[in-house]
Design a protein around this ligand. Sequence first.
Ligand SMILES: [Zn+2]
Length: 149
Amino acid sequence: MTCPTCDITGQNNRTLAVNRVHFRSGAGGSILRKEGAPPLCGADFVCPEIKDLQASGFVKAVLANYQKKLDDSTRLSGATKKLVGNTSRSGLNPSATLARMGEMGMKADTLDPSSRAHFEESSRLLQNPDVTAVDAALGACGVLVGRPE
Ligand SMILES: [Zn+2]
């Protein structure tokens, strides 16, 4: 590891200097943040190039990042609830569900473009009550071209 700010090896520009102002030792040799410690300043970082302004910028960036993660998970859990509600009320519509998940930024293997076409095709085939799940899967792989009458 090399610091991108001062080129010193063995630290990066976020590496903190351990001191008794901000930290205390905890069980099992762990290092814990002290309650009521003052905000981090430039001197709390190992890198000599990090000044107070950058230090407060780092802290703000980290806090903003965690706030965003919290907001995202709150938003996504709301979306999941809505999807479950819709599914039980109006019957399963896998394509619409996937599209909605994509809009919400959710990740699913079925959203990957390489598997999406197969999923769409098997979903389409499953809309027909005469098509079994196996037929739908085979159809999605292009094995079953037409259903024998
Ligand atoms: Zn540095």
